[in-house]
Design a protein around this ligand. Structure first.
Ligand SMILES: NC(=O)c1ccc[n+]([C@@H]2O[C@H](COP(=O)([O-])OP(=O)(O)OC[C@H]3O[C@@H](n4cnc5c(N)ncnc54)[C@H](O)[C@@H]3O)[C@@H](O)[C@H]2O)c1
Ligand SMILES: O=P(O)(O)OC[C@H](O)CO
Length: 331
């Protein structure tokens, strides 16, 4: 398959390597000439995956039209809030039969739309040709070719199966589903829960608090997912429980690390300055909360994370607010 991957950040580069290892003809688009040159000549992305050898067959270009020329799949991996603007510029170069694949885990702030919804809205490509890949996929581990699994969600099962074949390698095992809503919400909300776990870790609240946040985080994600039409099975699957667990427990997670900075007393501005890569939960948490309010879904952890990020509460008041909620039955 001829595949374009936009763009050469940590997950874009890693997934481009997976696709190249699976035997596809992959062109990766990068915005910085020095990264593109390093990928083409040294087979390394020093800015995002320092010290990891990329497949020799993987090509990179700074010219997005060149990357998109003849692509059967266009894989998009940029910060969620920049998707709409970039897509509008890229759309004229995307072929009429191309399948667009989102690797992004965020919700658009002003519209509350999921990434696949932004893609269909901006490009006019029908939902049957828009797929989402989501799961416990810490980029650096996969780039190192450690084993991982993920979920390909697409309303068209045949399209999902074709993409599954295209990205299956000895170290990357993709499953398929038609539950796009459940997969995308799982990926976006786990970032917010990882921020909460990071907050608790930074404050030194211990492992019981971490388990509390992960488990009740899963419960509030399931409430939102169910209300928006997600499949209950997805809640226990790779794109929901699996990704939540990996992100909340790994020091590689940018969201968890961002939360840790806040828990140790850094301001949002200082934590942002200390974070060179995308921590999607920081911007998406307010959009997720707005979505929850619109659909009358209670999300107490997301509520306090959004308040900490907005600066309307302190991390200590946030923890106290969660613990002083009215006791109730577990469900
Ligand atoms: N890194 C991971 O382990 C991982 C795994 C699964 C999903 N994701 C998701 O993939 C998406 C991308 O994350 P990432 O880890 O590759 O981020 P990253 O910060 O490592 O890379 C971001 C990429 O987007 C480009 N970029 C930044 N701002 C841009 C803009 N305004 N317009 C166009 N391009 C811009 C950068 O040049 C870079 O190539 C996020 O939604 C993230 O949640 C990441
Ligand atoms: O580093 P994070 O927090 O963006 O998480 C990366 C992946 O989404 C884990 O699956």
């Amino acid at each position: 398959m001829r595949v374009a991957v936009l763009s050469a950040g940590s997950w874009g580069t890693t997934f481009a390597a997976v696709l190249a290892d699976a035997g596809n003809d992959v062109v990766l688009h990068g915005r910085r000439g020095e990264i593109v040159d390093a990928i083409n000549t040294r087979h390394e992305n020093p800015a995002y995956l320092h010290g990891i050898e990329l497949p020799a067959a993987l090509r990179a270009t700074i010219d997005v039209a060149e990357a998109l020329e003849g692509a059967e799949y266009v894989v998009v991996s940029i910060p969620a809030q920049s998707l709409r603007g970039n897509l509008a510029a890229w759309a004229p170069h995307i072929g009429p039969h191309t399948v667009v694949v989102s690797l992004m885990k965020g919700i658009e702030t002003h519209s509350g739309l999921r990434m696949s919804e932004v893609i269909t809205e901006v490009t006019g490509i029908p939902a049957e040709r828009v797929a989402v890949i989501s799961g416990p996929n810490l980029a650096r581990e996969i780039a190192t070719r450690h084993p991982a699994a993920s979920v390909i969600a697409c309303p068209d099962e045949i399209a999902a199966k074709a993409l599954q074949d295209a990205c299956h390698t000895p170290y990357f095992r993709p499953y398929t589903t038609t539950d796009v809503v459940g997969c995308e919400l799982g990926g976006a909300v786990k970032n917010v829960i990882a921020l909460a776990v990071g907050l608790g870790t930074g404050m030194g609240l211990g492992d019981n608090a971490q388990a509390l946040l992960i488990t009740r985080g899963l419960a509030e994600t399931a409430r939102l997912g169910e209300r928006l039409g997600g499949d209950p099975f997805t809640f226990s699957g790779l794109a929901r429980a699996g990704d939540l667990y990996a992100t909340c427990s790994s020091p590689l997670s940018r969201n968890r690390t961002f939360g840790e900075h806040l828990g140790r007393g850094l301001s949002v501005a200082k934590a942002t300055a200390a974070t060179s890569q995308t921590a999607e939960g920081v911007k998406s948490c307010r959009a997720i909360l707005d979505l929850a309010h619109r659909h009358s879904v209670e999300m107490p952890i997301t509520e306090v994370v959004a308040a900490v990020i907005d600066g309307t509460t302190t991390v200590h008041d946030a923890a106290a607010a969660l613990m002083s909620r009215t006791p109730k039955a577990e469900r």
